[in-house]
Structure formats: structure tokens, C-alpha cells
Write a protein that binds this ligand. Structure first.
Ligand code: RIB
Length: 304
């Protein structure tokens, strides 16, 4: 058995620079390695992760007619995902992200949305039949909120579980909040939405309560090396992370989401088991550079 998953989200070309440390404003630094381009975008990364974990995956996205994203399509096809709903914008360029990774493996990212920000509710309607037959639809915030609302409305009417990864974080309209079944922020995104800093387990629970009180059924807060906090009505807890040598954290959160939605509910995989599976997958991603290039296959995750 496999889950059927629709991912609505961004496709970016990631321009990577590896640095010893980040430059301060006004400072110029030498770098040892030249810039490299990788396939990226939170949506595309999550779709690749979902497909590599074996779920039946449909990806809704938009790119420019500039050919910039063409090199990703081989990977999309190799991962086995449905790319019929990756549309082309007549007017906007393919999205790009400008990423620096420092010696500790942490990153800074500047995103130029381009064609991603031209995705409309009407574009989403084209994939309505795929959304209606899915187990999960997942979206992030690198595409316009009206498109996400439309996708989640279609899903809600059809009884499909909606998953929002509120990244990059921004305050959300009530209409969207009312359509979310599962929310998966990291600790910083949770704080931006709830106003409650995540400092300890008590504040994790306060954050979770904030989301549960909005009517969201499942709250999953990713905490990097500290693991993952989850909460549903009447149950909550912390699932440990896997300690590994970090090279680059880019796409770790995306891998988590992809593995989570591909696993949750399959072969009776419960919430904690799905989070553990997703933590394992993300621990493999951080050991390699790049976004899509670092996302593992299900067989690699099963070997941990
Ligand atoms: O989550 C990682 C992604 O964020 C990168 O691939 C980059 O494209 C940005 O969207």
C-alpha cells in the first residue's frame, strides 16, 4: 500500500555558495569553492521526497519559459512523480533561491518567487481530480495563499487531509487556518504564527495548544537536533532526532514533510512512527550538500 499525495508548491533553481562564515553587512569575504546550481524549491523538494519514499505523487507548480528548471525534470521523472500539472508562466521567470551554507552546515536563503508567485486558483482547479483522489495534499508558503486556499477547499470537500508547512513563515488569513488538518512548522515558524517563543517543552506545548485551539487536528513542530514535538487532542510528546555529522541542512525540513506524508497511515504507521521515519529521512539529507540532490530513497531510510 502507498499513500497518494499531491504537493502544491514552488520550483526554484538553488544557487549555492559554500562559505566559512557569513559576511557582515558591508564586509567582503573570499570563498574557496565556486557557486553551484541545484534543483530546489520547497514544493519541488517535498514532491521529490514524497516520490522517493514511494508515494504516488502529483506535483502542482509553475516555472518560467526560460528553460532554467529543465535540468530538474529528469530527476522528477526518475523519482516517478506526475508532472502534468507543472505549468509554464507566459510572463514570469523560474524561481531562484540564493543560498549560503557555512562551515557548520547551517544556511541563509533569499528566495525570488518568479513564476511560483503566478500560480492561481484556476491553475489549481486543473488538478482538482488528482486532489480529490489523494490521501494528503501538502503546501508551503512559497506560492500565493489564494492558490493554497483553493487547493485545501477542494481537498476538504473530498475528505482529503490537508498539510501546511508554513515556510517561509508569515501571518496567515483565517480562511486558510480553518482549512488546515495538519501543521508542520519548525520552531521559528511556530513562534511567528503563535507569538510564543519555543524555548522548552512547556513552550512547545503552549505552541501546540495555540494551533489545536484553531481547530488544527495534528501539530508537528520540527526542532532540528532536539527532535520533533507532536500534539493531538489528548496526546503529545517529543520524538528524538538522529545525531549525524551535518554538512548542509538545506531541504531537511522538506524531506521530513515528504517522508511524513508518504508514511503516515501506510501499513498502520501511526503518528509517532511516521515522525520517526521522517526524522530518519531528514538525518540522511543533512549529510549531503544541495536540496534535491541530498534527498534519500526509501531503501536508504529503511537501512537506518
Ligand atoms: O527548503 C529549502 C528550499 O528553500 C531550497 O531548496 C530553496 O529553493 C528554498 O525555497
Amino acid at each position: 500500500m502507498t499513500n497518494k499525495v499531491v504537493i502544491l508548491g514552488s520550483t526554484n533553481v538553488d544557487q549555492f555558495l559554500t562559505v566559512e562564515r557569513y559576511a557582515k553587512p558591508g564586509e567582503t569575504l573570499h570563498v574557496e569553492k565556486g557557486q553551484k546550481s541545484y534543483g530546489g524549491g520547497k514544493g519541488a523538494n517535498q514532491a521529490i521526497a514524497t516520490a522517493r519514499m514511494g508515494a504516488e505523487t502529483t506535483f502542482i507548480s509553475k516555472v518560467g519559459k526560460d528553460g532554467l528548471a529543465d535540468f530538474m525534470f529528469d530527476d522528477f521523472k526518475e523519482a516517478g512523480m506526475n508532472i502534468d500539472y507543472i505549468l509554464e508562466s507566459e510572463t514570469e521567470d523560474t524561481g531562484q533561491a540564493f543560498i549560503t551554507v557555512d562551515a557548520e552546515g547551517s544556511n541563509t536563503i533569499y528566495v525570488y518567487g518568479g513564476a511560483n508567485m503566478a500560480i492561481t486558483p484556476e491553475d489549481v482547479d486543473k488538478a482538482a481530480s488528482k486532489i480529490k483522489e489523494a490521501d494528503y495534499i501538502a503546501a508551503q508558503l512559497e506560492v500565493p495563499v489564494p492558490a493554497i486556499i483553493q487547493a485545501f477547499k477542494i481537498a476538504r470537500e473530498a475528505g482529503v487531509t490537508t498539510v501546511l508547512n508554513p515556510a517561509p513563515a508569515e501571518k496567515l488569513p483565517e480562511e486558510l487556518l480553518s482549512l488546515i488538518d495538519v501543521i508542520v512548522p519548525n520552531e521559528f515558524e511556530a513562534e511567528i504564527l503563535s507569538g510564543i517563543p519555543v524555548t522548552d517543552e512547556k513552550s512547545m506545548a503552549q505552541n501546540a495548544d495555540y494551533f489545536l485551539d484553531l481547530g488544527i487536528k495534528v501539530v508537528v513542530i520540527t526542532l532540528g537536533e532536539q527532535g520533533t514535538y507532536y500534539a493531538v487532542e489528548g496526546d503529545s510528546g517529543l520524538v528524538k532526532a538522529y545525531t549525524v555529522q551535518t554538512v548542509d541542512t538545506t531541504a531537511a525540513g522538506d524531506t521530513f514533510i515528504g517522508a511524513f506524508v508518504s508514511g503516515f497511515g501506510v501499513s498502520k504507521m501511526n503518528l509517532v512512527e511516521a515522525i520517526d521515519y521522517a526524522n530518519k529521512a531528514a538525518s540522511l539529507t543533512v549529510q549531503k550538500p544541495g536540496a534535491q540532490a541530498s534527498i534519500p530513497l526509501a531503501s536508504e531510510v529503511d537501512n537506518i
